[in-house]
Design a protein around this ligand. Structure first.
Ligand SMILES: Nc1ncnc2c1ncn2[C@@H]1O[C@H](COP(=O)(O)OP(=O)(O)OP(=O)(O)O)[C@@H](O)[C@H]1O
Ligand SMILES: [Mg+2]
Length: 266
């Protein structure tokens, strides 16, 4: 299977402090991978590395290209990283202008049409005419994510990029991201919230620059001890379903809240 990220025995330090030591991580094209890591575990550093902001190295390959100065421009076309703190916006522009600017960096010849189609599925239409400086922080995150998506990356890296978006919009955005993932977009979601663990097709746990354990969404329920030993909890609905199963109210571990409700009411 084609790999989108290959890191092999990669080491990285800030000054004298090793953040990653002989770190290996692979993502297959089409993966939706969630990396859960507590504060200071190296998530933002990893995001910066994957974008080529920290180290250019022959220990990293993105979409078959070695991360070296020769390939950086191409790699940055393929990888878009959305950070928790939104990108600096153009001065005094509307959200629409901001999206058009993002598209101007691509070879899209019909930006108006592309934005029109995009807003039919991605929840940003009500923001289009707003000035970017008037946006709330959650709205700014939505605009940053939209700008990244419109540039059609092969790999989208989310570094706590949905943390300020309200639950309702977040669900809509995650549905959109799942659709894009099914069409081939590889997604890496870096998060410190175990509630997000089940969204991808696989998850890994990062602590102090080391990948400690990994699994598939259906394995999450078995990981209570490991999570607890790192001061993390099971996702709430998994914990709830385990408790309900004790009283015979829930027969199998559900994959999301909707499935849990269906099991209780059937
Ligand atoms: N520019 C820097 N110079 C020196 N040390 C740094 C720098 N940036 C990060 N670090 C250190 O590297 C470690 C990993 O930081 P990083 O920002 O990648 O963690 P994180 O997992 O994103 O944390 P958080 O959940 O708080 O965002 C931390 O110990 C941090 O202090
Ligand atoms: Mg961070």
């Amino acid at each position: 299977m084609e790999k989108i990220v290959e890191m092999e025995n990669f080491s990285f330090s800030y000054g004298g402090e090793a953040i990653f030591y002989q770190f290996s991580f692979t993502m297959v094209a089409g993966d939706f991978c969630v990396i859960l890591g507590p504060m200071g575990s190296g998530k933002t550093t990893l995001a910066r590395i994957l974008m080529g902001l920290e180290a250019t190295h022959d220990y990293i390959k993105i979409n078959n290209l070695f991360m070296n100065p020769k390939n950086l421009t191409e790699i940055r076309k393929n990888v878009k990283v959305v950070f928790e703190n939104p990108i600096p916006f153009l001065s005094n522009s509307t959200v629409y202008q901001e999206l058009a600017f993002a598209l101007s960096k691509t070879d899209c010849e019909t930006p108006e049409k592309k934005i029109r189609q995009f807003v039919q599925e991605f929840p940003i239409e009500s923001l289009l005419s707003k000035n970017v400086f008037s946006l709330s922080n959650g709205e700014k995150q939505i605009v940053s994510l939209a700008s990244a998506l419109l540039q059609n990356p092969k790999l989208l890296v989310l570094d706590e990029a949905l943390s300020l978006i309200d639950e309702n919009k977040k669900e809509q955005i995650l549905d959109f991201l799942k659709q894009e993932n099914q069409k081939g977009l590889s997604i890496l979601w870096l998060t410190n919230d175990s509630e997000n663990l089940m969204y991808g097709n696989k998850f890994l746990f990062l602590d102090k620059g080391e990948l400690i354990f990994s699994g598939k969404p259906e394995d999450v329920a078995k990981l209570e001890k490991e999570l607890n030993s790192h001061h993390l909890e099971l996702p709430f609905f998994i914990d709830l379903s385990k408790r309900l199963s004790y009283y015979g109210k829930c027969s199998e571990i559900p994959k999301d809240y909707k499935e849990l409700v269906d099991q209780i009411w059937k």
